[in-house]
Write a protein of this length. Structure first.
Length: 481
């Protein structure tokens, strides 16, 4: 039997074939591309519709990342108000995450998509159209539930509509296309205002650019409406129904006392939550206000420069995301996840330290842009592997609850992080938040690698033993004959 170390240094059988094939690198690459095309061509109807859905859905995310906080600055709000608004949103996400996950399990993934995305788009229209302070502070709280309803359903839906052999490819393709979509949204947000600021004024130019992205968000609901609920064999709502005691409805059996009754791997979920919590701190300390850092900090970038920078980062991410199945074929998924996340840390440090080294000007802007692209590309490169690994090692009925727990804990800590980060930025400190981001990312990665590498090795050993037993059971009758 192969040792743990042997399995740790080996990839799945298909990857071993690619490495040892006598035809060399070129033929191995062709085999990888051919397998990639074969896997994606076999996506289910639901999976294909979902891929189309995310293209329009993430367009507005790219626009909002660039424009919305700049819009708030343009209408007279300061960085503290932006931080307060983000703080309210994170707290609301923490409070509504678990209820949203349970609701997703009850009403199904399709209904979760429609409610989460449809109402989210409406909230986006209201937010970019108002200057009312009370309304702007209330909208993040209202939108949190519906945002969580979507996010707790997303990975679970893809897992339920794909086979384990194709799951990495589905996560990679959807992740890449949604990134291309966000890139387009960032370009719209950065370039459209530059053309119309003189004619309409800065505030209206921001609004019209955002409306363009929002229109595509609404259109993305069409393929979502065409989804068929639960084509896959893994149907958590059926498991909940079958788990209810005789004579008792599933709703009663899933009451407050049994809110976590679907959890069968508590230790795994605890570590997923812990690593996600540190990652949330790393993100929230400065990333939600990155456009503000570029605009108000030492770089002093304009809207067009910010939009192009965000778009280039999304483009690089979209390209590398398509190659994540190759990482999965060449090494353990956990090793690939840890490696890419560690590679992002030097770029994070560069974002915080370069303004202290270089004077304002074109060189600082170029180096800052390169560091931003590197940080986004490496930190999120292995996200499809992360999502597929999480879904593979959790049961169908605990996936959405796990996601809800991650969002709840992560959002609570993000609220604290954004409070600290916004205060630091408001005081003119544009370095410390990036140092905190680097440290939190390192801690998250170290824990993830230490815990889940052993789990993946164990799962590989189990799969190998099952495959050996199946092979022996198939050859035994032939020998008997």
């Amino acid at each position: 039997m192969a040792s743990n170390q042997d399995l740790a240094n080996k990839s799945p059988a298909s990857a071993e074939d690619l490495r040892t094939a006598p035809s060399g690198v070129a033929r191995g690459t062709r085999a990888f591309v051919g397998d990639y095309i074969d896997k994606t061509s076999r996506f289910s109807r639901n999976a294909n519709l979902y891929v189309i859905h995310v293209i329009g859905m993430d367009m507005i995310h790219g626009s909002f990342d660039v424009l919305f906080n700049l819009y708030l600055l343009a209408v007279g709000f300061d960085i503290r108000f932006i931080g307060l608004r983000l703080l309210i949103g994170f707290i609301a996400r923490a409070l509504t995450a678990i209820p949203a996950g349970l609701l997703s399990d009850r009403i199904g993934r399709k209904a979760s998509f429609i409610l989460g995305d449809g109402i989210g788009a409406i909230i986006g229209v209201i937010a970019i159209s108002t200057r009312n302070e009370a309304l702007l502070l209330a909208l993040p709280a209202i939108g949190a539930l519906f945002g969580n309803l979507h996010h707790t359903s997303e990975a679970a839906f893809m897992a339920e509509n794909s086979k384990p052999a194709e799951r990495v490819h589905l996560f990679a393709v959807s992740g890449s296309l949604r990134t291309f979509s966000a890139m387009t949204g960032a370009l719209i947000a950065g370039l459209v205002p530059a053309f119309f600021i003189d004619d309409f004024g800065r505030v209206d130019a921001y609004r019209y650019a955002t409306y363009a992205g929002l229109s595509l968000w609404f259109l993305s609901l069409i393929p979502a409406l065409m989804l068929r609920s639960h084509e896959a064999e893994e149907r958590p709502e059926e498991q909940f129904r079958s788990s209810a005691p005789a004579g008792q409805s599933p709703r009663t059996s899933r009451g407050l006392r049994s809110i976590f009754s679907g959890i069968t791997h508590p230790r795994r979920i605890v570590y997923f939550v812990i690593t996600s919590a540190f990652a949330s701190i790393a993100f929230a300390i400065v990333a939600p206000m990155f456009a503000v850092v570029l605009h108000e900090g030492d770089v002093h970038a304009g809207e067009g420069q910010i939009g192009v920078m965000f778009a280039v980062a999304q483009l690089s991410l979209a390209v590398v995301t398509l190659g994540t199945p190759l990482l999965a074929a060449r090494m353990l998924r956990v090793d690939a996840i840890a490696l890419t996340r560690l590679a992002a840390i030097p770029f994070i440090l560069g974002l915080g330290l370069m303004p202290l080294i270089f004077d304002e000007g074109g060189l600082l802007l170029l180096l800052f842009a390169m560091s931003y692209v590197g940080r986004v590309g490496f930190l999120r490169m292995a996200s499809p592997l992360d999502d597929s690994f999480n879904m593979d090692v959790l049961d169908a009925r605990e996936r959405a609850t796990n996601t809800g727990l991650e969002i709840a804990v992560g959002s609570g800590l993000s609220a604290i992080a954004i409070l600290i980060g916004s205060r630091l930025l408001d005081s003119g400190d544009f370095t410390t938040p990036f140092l905190i981001m680097a440290v939190a990312s390192l801690i998250s990665t170290a824990i993830y690698w230490r815990v889940f590498r052993r789990l993946e090795i164990s799962e590989l050993m189990k799969t190998k033993l099952e495959s050996t037993r199946d092979s022996q059971s198939e050859t035994a009758p032939a020998l008997a004959d």
